[in-house]
Design a protein around this ligand. Structure first.
Ligand SMILES: C[S@@+](CC[C@H](N)C(=O)[O-])C[C@H]1O[C@@H](n2cnc3c(N)ncnc32)[C@H](O)[C@@H]1O
Length: 232
């Protein structure tokens, strides 16, 4: 019988392999794109940064970052081997990039590997977010920083209904709770802020994530939660 953590990892992997097979990895580029450029600007990326994109999905952000990190590198890690296969297929021949299958709770990278870690819409799926943050701290160099963006968080009531649609457990934490996890993991210089999604909202919404277009509009105006911490 697999250990409880192994069982959770297998479930996550199966669920996100299904997403990858259904083409959702590529679709997420469109839905997550509006909250990423303001975050990259705050990160003040330098050409020689070594960046980890944790929970990289189909790898669109890794491909974007290779253009910025001309003397550095970018690594995408994801628990879903199917996402990693899609990412690798779409990224052939791009210099300074690599993809690895691995879990946030046990990152396949030596200590002090990265100057910055970004994670877009992935941290609340982790079966053990505290352990994931401990791992991020381990793989960062001293003075390196972690940038965690989540759209599903307690302070934005217009996303709470998503919980009913998830097939694996998801953590609905407040900004203060995320910041507490960062602090317990050993991060310092903690900050959190909202990153509003300024893209146009359709007049009529027919999907299953929002009640109607008005709720989607409110959700986007409130914005994603960005939590930042620095390794001492
Ligand atoms: C909603 S998708 C976001 C993907 C990508 N960051 C994007 O914005 O398109 C969440 C991703 O996080 C990955 N993920 C979830 N839990 C993980 C874990 N514990 N370790 C590594 N990756 C994980 C999933 O496999 C999935 O690809």
């Amino acid at each position: 019988m697999p250990e409880p953590n192994q069982a959770a990892e297998v479930k996550l992997q199966e669920e996100f392999n299904r997403w990858a097979q259904e083409g959702k990895g590529e679709e997420m580029e469109d839905s997550h794109l509006p909250i990423v450029p303001p975050t990259l600007e705050l990160m003040n990326l330098q050409p020689d940064d070594r960046v980890l994109d944790l929970g990289c999905g189909s790898g669109w952000l890794v491909r974007q970052l290779t253009g910025i990190l001309s003397n550095g590198s970018v690594t995408g890690i994801d628990v879903s081997d199917e996402m990693i296969r899609h990412a690798q297929a779409a990224t052939a021949n791009l210099p300074n990039s690599q993809f690895l299958r691995g879990t946030a709770e046990e990152l396949p990278a030596p200590a002090n590997s990265f100057t910055k870690v970004i994670s877009v819409e992935s941290a609340y799926y982790r079966h053990d977010p505290a352990r994931g943050l401990g791992e991020i701290l381990r793989v960062l160099v001293p003075a390196g920083s972690a940038w965690v963006l989540v759209n599903y968080y307690r302070d934005n009531p217009d996303c709470h209904q998503w919980g009913a649609h998830y097939k694996t457990p998801a953590h609905l934490l407040s900004a203060a709770e995320w910041q507490g996890l960062f602090a317990n993991a050993g991060f310092r210089n903690l900050q959190h802020r909202r990153i509003p999604d300024l893209s146009p909202t359709p007049e009529v919404y027919t999907g299953r994530w929002f009640r109607d277009a008005a709720q989607m509009r409110r959700f986007k105006a409130e914005g994603a939660l960005l939590v930042v911490g620095v390794k001492p």
